[in-house]
Ligand binder design. Structure first.
Ligand code: ZN
Length: 149
């Protein structure tokens, strides 16, 4: 049996208690997308600002379990300042780590290291929580699409 310590690593709790980049951006120019994970009751409202092909800023609001909220916090840190192509590569890399997407053979750019996000790797042992972990990422992906980025 996998232990709970895998799920609630220190780093996850830190992001849950002190979420980074919480808040809102003005739309337009920002794009606002809402995501839900009905299985767990997680909600996220993601505010994305893309400027000149770069993820200039991301803010999130919402509520949910520690996995969903800490993943959102780490996601903002992983993509702000990245090019849109790099941000999409990070999304693919994260989903690959969550075992829900095959690694892409022909990534246009090398995905940056996941850093803190590696802490969420233990979630893979709890399939029901994977949807919590990927909620923010699917919402970001949708926001990039809607922003035409
Ligand atoms: Zn959840």
């Amino acid at each position: 049996m996998p232990g709970l310590e895998d799920l609630y690593r220190e780093i996850i709790l830190d992001h849950y208690r002190n979420p980074r980049n919480r808040g809102e951006l003005t739309a337009p120019p920002a794009t606002i997308v809402e995501g839900h994970n009905p299985l767990c009751g997680d909600e996220i409202t993601l505010h994305l600002l893309v400027k000149d092909g770069v993820v200039a800023d991301v803010k999130t609001a919402g509520q949910g379990c520690s996995i969903s909220q800490s993943s959102a916090s780490m996601m903002t840190q992983a993509v702000i300042g990245r090019t849109v192509a790099e941000a999409r590569a990070v999304i693919h890399r994260f989903k690959h780590m969550m075992s829900i997407e095959d690694h892409h053979h022909d990534e246009p750019v090398e995905a940056p290291a996941l850093g803190d996000l590696e802490a969420l790797q233990g979630v893979v042992k709890f399939p029901v929580r994977i949807k919590c972990a990927v909620l923010a990422w699917n919402t970001l992906s949708q926001a990039l699409d809607e922003a035409g980025a």
